[in-house]
Design a protein around this ligand. Structure first.
Ligand code: SOE
Length: 369
């Protein structure tokens, strides 16, 4: 158990850098027993942007090469684009530094396997940022399933709908590039849904997947050129779980009108539940013998994590999921404990993503390998 403050180094300071830095700042205010942290160093390539990020996100210093920081810090956060997940994460683990990596674990199954191997060899936690596991309603749902309150589970349905690429003129980014991202909606959004499917229901055995790219090239912002889109804009899959549950999965960046709409539905022989990220303080539950769904407001102190926040009825938001996951991860680091979801979970999800691609290629059902 460490009592010294943990020195944190983060690679990346944009969207995810802010989400995690916000969590680091909130932890000492709301989680009394969280380990003490130093926001030590932020790493990136652009020195001017780095200096601004260090200032606004509260880091003491900056560095332009992750190699210089991985064995200087107590925890290394890899919040960069997918193609920079594997090399720095593996090097940090080999240096004995705990790693927390954004999802999906890697652009390819091979890279994900190397990362999971490095994590298995290392004596320190290697966490993956599946933050939606840490929504109170999702943890509550897991307990309901585990306690048998829904009976035998028959169906799982997960959809993650966004619309920011609906417009063919929306600019190209690394998220549209196979080399850098691996896949599109499949890896970026589908990874979350597959993780929740595994968390709530179990592992997927085989599937039939379908990928689609609607817009083949996009303009580069500020330049008079376009670049090819080499990943999917949308995927869907029919899945068979190892335990006999039947499922359907879907994600798209072109569901016009849907900003960040992640929904999970589970039906069992005794009861059912429905969850939407757009109403994350609620869980819809059909109890055994009930005539319809009731909406449970998840803001009571006995609900997971909520004793740390506000009085009942005072809702929490998307950013709190990062506080909860960081609380669990950093506590595991400080206590020398284990953390889930880890790189092995990231690899398990990647196997499903890979199966969707293989199935789409061959236009056939495939086993998740
Ligand atoms: C993509 O738009 C994105 O930011 C994902 O990368 C995140 O994982 C998801 O939580 C929200 O949407």
């Amino acid at each position: 158990m460490t009592t010294e403050p943990l020195d944190i180094g983060v690679l990346g300071y944009k969207f995810m850098g802010k989400a995690h830095a916000n969590a680091f700042a909130r932890l000492p205010m709301f989680f009394d027993d969280a380990p003490e942290l130093n926001r030590e160093v932020v790493v990136g390539r652009d020195e001017e942007a780095l200096a601004e990020a260090a200032d606004s996100l509260g880091f003491s210093r900056t560095a332009t090469d992750w190699r210089d920081v991985i064995d200087e810090v107590d925890v290394f956060y890899n919040l960069g684009p997918n193609h920079v997940h594997s090399e720095p994460s593996i090097a940090a683990l080999e240096a004995g530094t705990p790693v927390f990596c954004e999802k999906p674990l890697a652009p390819t199954l091979d890279d994900a396997q190397s990362m999971a191997d490095a994590a298995a060899e290392a004596d320190v936690p290697a966490g993956i940022a599946f933050n939606y596991r840490f929504i109170p309603a999702i943890q509550y749902a897991k307990r309901l399933v585990e306690n048998g309150e829904l009976g035998e589970i028959r169906h799982f349905r997960g959809r993650y709908l966004q619309d920011w690429l609906t417009d063919p003129e929306a600019p190209w980014s690394w998220r549209n590039d196979e080399e850098m991202a691996g896949s599109g909606a499949l890896g970026d959004l589908g990874a979350h849904t597959v993780d929740l499917a595994r968390f709530l229901v179990g592992d997927i055995e085989e599937l039939s997947g379908h990928l689609r790219t609607f817009v083949d090239e996009r303009p580069v912002e500020g330049e008079n050129e376009t670049r090819p889109v080499t990943v999917d804009d949308a995927y869907s899959a029919q899945v068979a779980f190892e335990n006999g549950v039947m499922g359907t999965l879907e994600a798209t960046r072109m569901a016009n009108g849907n900003k960040n709409n992640h929904t999970i539905e589970i039906e069992g022989t005794k009861g059912s539940l429905r969850f939407s990220l757009e109403r994350l303080n609620e869980l819809e539950l059909l109890r055994e013998g009930g005539r319809g769904y009731e909406t449970i407001l998840m803001t009571d102190p006995e609900d997971p994590y909520l004793d740390h926040w506000w009085p009942p009825g005072h809702v929490i938001g998307w950013e709190h999921t990062f506080v909860h996951e960081n609380y669990e991860f950093l506590s595991a680091v400080a206590d020398g404990g284990a953390y889930e979801p880890g790189f092995a979970d990231g690899l398990a999800v990647q196997r499903v993503l890979d199966a969707v691609e293989r199935s789409d290629d061959g236009r056939e059902w495939v086993a998740v390998e």
